[in-house]
Design a protein around this ligand. Structure first.
Ligand code: APR
Length: 173
């Protein structure tokens, strides 16, 4: 685990994180899926899906809040990352918007500790290095501007992402 001020990088399963909110890399239907979405729904239980059904989906780049149910986290912030289509379809701005929208919902719901997965870098195919840079820049900009957050975790499930985040965060120190 590595920390730089209020950012902590950890290699873990996000469903185990005891934080105010974990962020889910969902799809626009918000009805579950594979990857981290599947893991979160399995760990939270069926009530999560029932609440998601009331949300009428979520546009790419936006985010919506639900309770965490059986998760150790109090809330789940579901955000929808862009599918990588070569880089000329506004993917960078949409991915950045996922982090910013999730952080805003966290502030609005008094979540001072939040954990992010590596959004869009699995099934959605976003190049991992670029995605890591976007994620870290968006979070660093946010905590530079305000003192609200206690800890923001980047939770890497795979070693490749963990190494990329480590290299970027070390170079920023
Ligand atoms: N904890 C933390 N990170 C995880 C976990 C987990 N339990 N499981 C997977 N991941 C990581 C993957 O290793 C990847 O780095 O989450 C990152 C995002 O990968 P995906 O879950 O595939 O999400 P994404 O690429 O954003 O694609 C979203 O996949 O699951 C479906 O419904 C989802 O359609 C949506 C699409």
């Amino acid at each position: 685990m590595m920390s730089e001020k209020r950012i902590i990088l950890t290699r873990d399963d996000i469903t185990k994180m005891e934080v105010d909110a974990i962020v889910n890399a969902a799809n626009s239907r918000l009805l579950g899926g594979g990857g981290v979405d599947g893991a979160i729904h399995r760990a939270a239980g069926l009530q999560l899906l029932e609440e998601c059904k009331t949300l009428n989906g979520c546009p790419t780049g936006s985010a919506k809040l639900t309770k965490g149910y059986h998760l150790p986290a109090k809330y789940v912030i579901h955000t929808v990352g862009p599918v990588w289509r070569g880089g000329n379809n506004n993917e960078t701005d949409l991915l950045k918007s996922c982090y910013i929208s999730s952080l805003k919902i966290a502030v609005d719901n008094n979540c001072t500790t939040i954990a992010f997965p590596n959004i869009s870098t699995g099934i959605y195919g976003f190049p991992k290095k670029q995605a890591a840079e976007i994620a870290i820049d968006a979070v660093q900009d946010c905590i530079r501007e305000n003192e609200f957050f206690k800890t923001i975790y980047f939770v890497c499930f795979d070693q490749e992402n963990y190494k990329l985040y480590t290299d970027i965060l070390m170079s920023d120190e």
